[in-house]
Design a protein around this ligand. Structure first.
Ligand code: CO8
Length: 372
């Protein structure tokens, strides 16, 4: 099909929160909560908040710190959520702003001007509003002609977005597509929940996808093919949505934020992802041994170790399956794209690589790529 990734961009928020800072704040919150509710806890009406531990977080997940768009408010025990000023309709929205940062970097890497792009896809776990689309706002801010739309596929939003771009180029419905993943997830993190307060961070990534004949980027990758699967599961869920206003329950309740059965996810998703990847490689008569670089979803270091071990029959060598979650944490769909962005320039022409997301939905999306 001659469709290539011709450039990528990464925007990293300037603020970060270490495990120690996050755990200290959570534990203070838990003490305060337990003191304030001591009678109800003693009476068995409320469950006491358990304490978190920085050692547990690093050991169970591999996460050491996470970046956040706005740090103010997150560690405040009387708030436990970011304090982000609401902007007027005339201002650039927060999510479009971070999308633009990554988009401009990807355009530069691909040697593209706004006039070269004819479609913009904003694909991520959440959009800050339903309409007008963030993609159309970004399109307008960059002065791009053509069309744009938003897509939500949780952890697989970035890969599924690239899949749509691939199909548009292959079908000649677009010549050059900008796919952006502004993962502004911190407002959806329940910082008062010991089991999930440490998991996520904010980031924005972008990719330029175009036909090989127009690509001039310094590091180009042929997309050999795409593969996707979804399988319904309630094990990762957020009930936040536009219906909240009509339900006579709190629109801010814990079920309206990210929550999961982490153990079940781990157990179910790892074998699914390994089987999916092996089948995708087989389509090109490749085996895992033929793959030089694995750019995998970044949710948990132990998941990636297990998946690469299942595929390769041995531990991945240093650099073979780069980990970025140690400092970015889980950035929803952007993880595999961050890994790609930071670790692709050293590949030689002809080297194979694999980009794969796995998570909520469940959803898995992959691209087999070859350095040009
Ligand atoms: N500190 C201390 N102890 C803890 C903590 C903590 N912070 N958290 C849990 N514990 C305790 C547990 O309560 C448990 O105690 P006990 O044995 O007494 O019951 C013990 O530690 C072990 O707990 P777990 O079995 O839960 O621990 P795990 O080793 O399984 O690790 C993980 C937990 C890290 C959550 C792990 O299960 C995991 O990573 N699973 C995979 C999860 C995953 O990939 N999820 C996908 C996330 S979804 C996504 O990627 C995008 C969604 C959209 C974005 C949303 C943005 C907000």
């Amino acid at each position: 099909k001659n469709v290539v990734i011709s450039g990528s961009g990464l925007w990293t928020p300037e603020h970060s929160i270490s495990n120690a800072e996050l755990v200290e704040s959570y534990n203070q919150y838990a003490s305060k909560f337990n003191q304030e509710n001591s009678k109800a806890i003693e009476a068995g009406e409320i469950v006491a908040k358990p304490y978190s531990s920085a050692e547990f977080v690093e050991k169970a997940s591999g996460i050491k710190s996470r970046h956040v768009y706005v740090k103010e408010g997150v560690l405040d025990v009387n708030r436990m959520r970011p304090k982000i000023p609401e902007r007027s309709d005339d201002e650039l929205s927060h999510q479009a702003e971070i999308a633009l940062h990554a988009a401009k970097k990807a355009l530069k890497a691909a040697n593209k001007k706004a006039s070269d792009i004819d479609a913009v896809i904003v694909s991520c776990a959440y959009t800050q509003r339903s309409y007008p689309a963030i993609a159309i706002e970004v399109q307008g801010a960059l002065g791009i002609k053509g069309f744009g739309f938003d897509m939500l596929v949780a952890c697989s939003a970035a890969t599924f977005g690239v899949h749509r771009a691939y199909e548009m180029i292959a079908a000649e419905t677009a010549k050059c597509v900008l796919v952006i993943n502004p993962e502004l997830v911190s407002p959806q993190i329940n910082y008062t929940d010991r089991d999930s307060h440490f998991i996520f961070g904010d980031v924005a990534t972008a990719m330029v996808i175009e036909h090989q004949s127009t690509a001039t980027g310094a590091h180009q990758f042929d997309i050999l093919s795409t593969k996707a699967v979804t399988d319904y599961s309630n094990n990762i869920r957020s009930n936040f949505g536009y219906m909240s206003r009509a339900f006579d329950t709190s629109p801010y309740g814990a079920d309206k934020l990210f929550h999961q059965e982490g153990r079940k996810v781990f157990k179910e998703v790892c074998p699914m992802a390994a089987a999916h990847i092996a089948a995708h490689l087989q389509r090109h008569e490749l085996t895992p041994q033929d793959v030089t670089r694995w750019w995998l979803h970044q949710a948990n270091i132990n998941m990636n170790t297990l998946i690469t071990k299942k595929l390769l029959g041995r531990e991945a060598k240093p650099g073979e399956a780069p980990i970025v979650l140690d400092r970015y944490a889980n950035t929803a769909s952007a993880g595999s794209i961050i890994a790609f962005h930071l670790h692709h320039q050293d590949l030689a022409a002809g080297d194979y690589g694999l980009i794969c997301s796995f998570g909520a939905g469940y959803s898995i999306g992959s691209m087999v790529v070859k350095k040009r």
